[in-house]
Design a protein around this ligand. Structure first.
Ligand code: FAD
Length: 403
């Protein structure tokens, strides 16, 4: 039993607080050196931060997702790469628990929850990011196996993954070919994981490339769901996490900005007495609360099952990440020249906020999907559905979805 299983909500939050304080002390050096810190992840897993979406018997239980948001936001406020790594650990655990056959689940689920095995969630390819239908990874059936060939990039845990859940086309690389999601053992012949380019944001995140050259994958390793639909279900969880990271960045921007405004003087008074600084702080405060409310609403829809409300999740992810970028920029401005000090907290927040507008669907693809669904709904019923229409993940998949 993990520590979290035996603790109440307040105790879990206290454990997360202590964890965040410990992480905050290391954050600058991890960011500077772009260091992947396995020890801190082990500790997060031991505290039960991955297990939070399961009950004692390792059955899925999403009722504690608001707590997942709170913990993720707090960790992201000090060092978002670790919040994201714990998020990917929960995401692959979720997919295994919901869609994998018992033998595959037995092999990887507990090990992932306890931090003994890392699993990747692999969608993006060098020539297919937002346009996922353009991917060229293909699985061809050969007796009791699939033979997998292709390449994925920008993938979390790629250099250290024990296994990867890989979205692939079936039999053909045609744009509209059927899709499948395969749990691939990364120790298989022909499977390779490598570190990717050094990033300017989310530095220290374990991320990179996965290559598959005629990898033999048992047919029983396929998730029991249409590949695209299953991965989109998981992606919705990742998008809610992305909104939570953005909330953490906004909260941190507010913390550092208020402190600076109250302690820095100009013209004989605190800069926080200047209306222009007060307006910045007021808008930043409103932005944080807006992002948090939206993230919580998205979380609630996910807890209801079936992958949540795609529109509300898109609104939360897009709005929170755009607000994080805007207000971490304002935070730098409040700091003046000091805001530009390389690797300082406020400068790190700004770089990390940029990344949140890119992964889990860029802001452009979320606004496009939201607008397109509204127009399509109007064409169908003459009024565009309810103010915030919801679509089930079982609807025919969009051609563009944005990993
Ligand atoms: C830190 C980090 C972690 C990541 N982790 C993972 C992971 O674990 N697994 C994984 O599979 N992927 C991961 N990714 C990849 C990420 O999901 C993609 O980068 C993202 O989906 C965008 O794809 P792209 O980079 O190829 O950009 P492109 O698709 O090339 O987009 C380039 C630009 O064109 C715009 N654009 C493209 N198409 C449209 C359109 N139809 N309408 C409007 N605008 C459009 C985009 O908004 C963007 O501004 C990660 C990325 C980062 C930065």
């Amino acid at each position: 039993m993990s520590v979290a299983m035996s603790l109440g909500t307040d105790q879990i939050l206290a454990a997360a607080e202590a964890y965040a304080v410990e992480l905050a002390a290391k954050a600058e050096s991890l960011d500077r050196g772009a260091v992947f810190d396995k020890e801190i992840l082990d500790e997060g897993a031991a505290l039960g931060f991955v297990k939070l979406i399961f009950d004692e018997n390792l059955n899925l239980d999403l009722s504690r997702m608001p707590l997942v948001h709170d913990i993720t936001e707090r960790i992201a406020s000090v060092y978002p790469p670790v919040a994201m790594e714990l998020g990917v650990m929960r995401l692959v655990s979720y997919l295994l628990a919901r869609y994998a056959r018992p033998a595959v689940k037995d092999r990887w689920l507990r090990a992932t929850i306890e931090g003994q095995a890392y699993g990747s969630f692999a969608l993006t390819e060098p020539h297919a990011g937002t346009d996922l239908r353009g991917m060229s990874t293909v699985a061809r059936r050969d007796g009791d196996n699939y033979i997998l060939t292709g390449e994925k990039c920008w993938v979390g845990f790629a250099p250290v993954a024990s296994y990867a859940i890989v979205l692939s086309k079936l039999e053909s690389s045609e744009r509209d070919a059927p899709t499948i999601a395969l749990v691939v053992d990364m120790s298989s012949t022909g499977a390779v994981g490598e570190t990717g380019p050094e990033l300017s944001g989310f530095r220290g995140l374990s991320n990179g490339v996965l290559r598959f050259e005629n990898v033999v994958v048992p047919a029983a390793n396929a998730l029991q769901v249409d590949g695209f639909a299953g991965m989109m279900d998981g992606l919705n969880m990742a998008r809610i996490d992305a909104a939570s990271y953005a909330c953490g960045l906004l909260r941190a921007a507010l913390e550092v900005s208020v402190e600076r405004a109250a302690t820095r003087t100009a013209f004989g008074k605190r800069i926080g007495d200047l209306p222009s600084i007060q307006i910045k702080l007021g808008r930043m405060r409103a932005a944080y609360h807006t992002a948090r409310e939206l993230a919580m609403r998205a979380t609630e829809t996910y807890m209801e099952g079936n992958g949540g409300d795609q529109d509300i999740i898109s609104i939360a992810k897009m709005t929170a990440s755009d607000l994080a970028r805007e207000h971490t920029d304002q935070a730098m401005q409040i700091f003046g020249a000091s805001g530009l000090i390389a690797y300082s907290r406020v400068e790190r927040l700004h770089r990390d906020a940029k990344a949140t507008q890119i992964f889990d669907g860029t802001s452009e693809i979320h606004e496009t999907m939201l607008g397109r669904r509204l127009v399509n709904a109007f064409s169908k019923d003459g009024h565009g559905g309810s103010y915030m229409p919801s679509w089930s993940i079982n609807q025919p998949a969009d051609n563009i979805t944005g990993a």
